[in-house]
Design a protein around this ligand. Structure first.
Ligand code: MV4
Length: 446
């Protein structure tokens, strides 16, 4: 087992990793920017190294400084958390070259999944269902026209280097294709330095359902069932839950099997997530594979009673998993509490928390790095807390969430708590009737 893990991240996920390391008797090294000197991850780790100024690119993305911090502290592994360097193939490679175990995917796997058109091609060949569309990258506008004629409109143009909806266009008819083609290419060239585009049939009003998987170095693979992440706004997830209200035992079995096939196709090692779109007929299609621990891993932990960070560390150290799949025994929901003014278009709202009281009691989990007097730096993402409930039924998990949200006191800044309270009371949400379009029409009352 590792003796010392450097946590190359900040905020709640840095704390989350440090907590499991303590329970596993592994020493920890925190790294921090000058803006995070007062952060709890710095206090709770055994050692801490400042790696640069506030801007992410100078600190949490600064590979030489992070490697230097690992070397001077003698860390034998690095946990990257999510975001930052967690899916950076170059960083995974540099860790390898320095004989530091990167607790995440191998460089080839990150690279393979990072290019969306080639990831899709890999999955199609492995018999994982994919959306009908172009064979890889489109050569030209003429190529795109011909492809769209074949699969029929509406279609979607997608950037192969894309993610988070950037460089993506829905095209309703041939009249709109040229403009969409030009603007999507321009946008992805500017955002990713890559203007490769591919095409898919547009799946109307889909659910976003992802499958958690775990694979050890010996080739044992299992899935840990699904998470429904359909409640999103501008490609930012707001609420996640498991089991999905849209799930059936039959669909879970086939999506679980497909996710395992996907992992096998790339010789996957570690924990990962396979994202699918699911249409109204419950046909499902591979979207992407995330080779990191995700923000919403918590709800899976609650329903299958399994510490995913511990598993991630054990797998990286060469331990075996049984290969048995895990199924939800409970119902869990997570609300992302962001420092955003939900009543004003979710405008970011950094600042100092003057008063703070976290909810508690049976079935409540709060994963956060904030406390009374904490100042939220403006340099990083706005998520400040994850409120998670777990109960026997969906109904009870929602009721518990309402109760917990009503107890949660965060003063001095605006947060997304008022939004979540309204959502928990929404009749469509309570019936479990929602898709990725839900937030397009959800009206927040002031
Ligand atoms: C789609 C789609 C409909 N049809 N692909 C958005 C981000 C990227 N990961 C995939 N996305 C979509 N791809 C086809 N062929 C609809 C979306 C989509 C979406 C997907 C998941 C969650 C929320 C979404 C919101 C809008 C569009």
């Amino acid at each position: 087992m590792f003796k010392k893990i450097l946590v190359a991240n900040r905020g709640e996920i840095a704390l989350r990793v440090i907590r499991t390391c303590k329970e596993m008797n592994i020493k920890t090294v925190a790294v921090y920017s000058t803006a995070d000197a007062d952060s709890l991850h710095v206090r709770f780790a055994d050692e801490a190294v400042c790696i640069g100024p506030a801007a992410s690119r100078d600190s949490y993305l600064n590979i030489p400084n992070i490697i230097a911090a690992a070397e001077i502290t003698n860390a034998d592994a690095i946990h990257p958390g999510y975001g930052f360097l967690s899916e950076n193939a170059k960083f995974s490679k540099i860790c390898q070259e320095h004989s530091i175990k990167f607790i995440g995917a191998l460089p080839e796997q990150i690279e393979g999944m990072g290019d969306k058109a080639s990831a899709k091609e890999t999955m199609r060949k492995a018999n994982v269902p994919t959306v009908p569309g172009s064979d890889g990258i489109l050569e030209s506008l003429e190529d795109a026209k011909a492809c769209a004629k074949e699969i029929r409109y509406p279609i979607m143009l997608k950037a192969t280097a894309g993610g988070g909806g950037r460089g993506m266009r829905i095209v309703a008819s041939e009249d709109d294709l040229e403009e969409a083609w030009n603007s999507a290419r321009q946008e992805s060239a500017a955002a990713f330095g890559n203007d490769g585009m591919y095409m898919e049939k547009f799946v109307e009003d889909p659910h976003h359902i992802e499958i958690q998987i775990a694979a050890d170095q010996q080739g044992n693979i299992c899935h840990l069932s699904e998470r429904d992440c359909s409640i999103q706004r501008r490609h930012q997830k707001l609420v996640e839950e498991t089991p999905s209200p849209f799930m059936t035992d039959e669909l879970r079995a086939s999506m679980g099997e497909a996710a395992i096939k996907a992992a096998k196709a790339v010789n996957y090692e570690g924990v990962g997530t396979v994202e699918f779109l699911v249409d109204k007929h419950r046909d499902f299609y591979f979207m992407e594979m995330n080779t990191r621990i995700q923000v919403e891993h918590t709800i899976t932990e609650e329903v299958v009673n399994y510490d995913l960070i511990k598993e991630q560390i054990k797998i990286a150290a060469g331990c075996h998993i049984s290969g048995d799949n895990y199924f939800p025994k409970m119902h869990s929901i997570q609300c992302r509490i962001n420092a955003e003014d939900a009543l004003n278009n979710f405008r970011p709202c950094p600042g100092t928390i003057s008063h703070y009281h976290a909810p508690g009691g049976h079935g409540i989990r709060v994963d956060t790095h904030v406390y009374a007097g904490y100042s939220i730096p403006p340099h990083y993402d706005s998520m400040i807390s994850k409120l998670i409930t777990v109960a026997q039924t969906r109904e009870e998990a929602i009721t518990k969430m309402e109760r917990a949200l009503s107890e949660y006191i965060i003063e001095g800044i605006e947060t997304t708590i008022p939004f979540h309270l309204q959502l928990m009371q929404d009749s469509q949400f309570r019936k479990g009737e929602f898709t990725t379009k839900f937030m397009d029409t959800f009206e927040i009352e002031k």
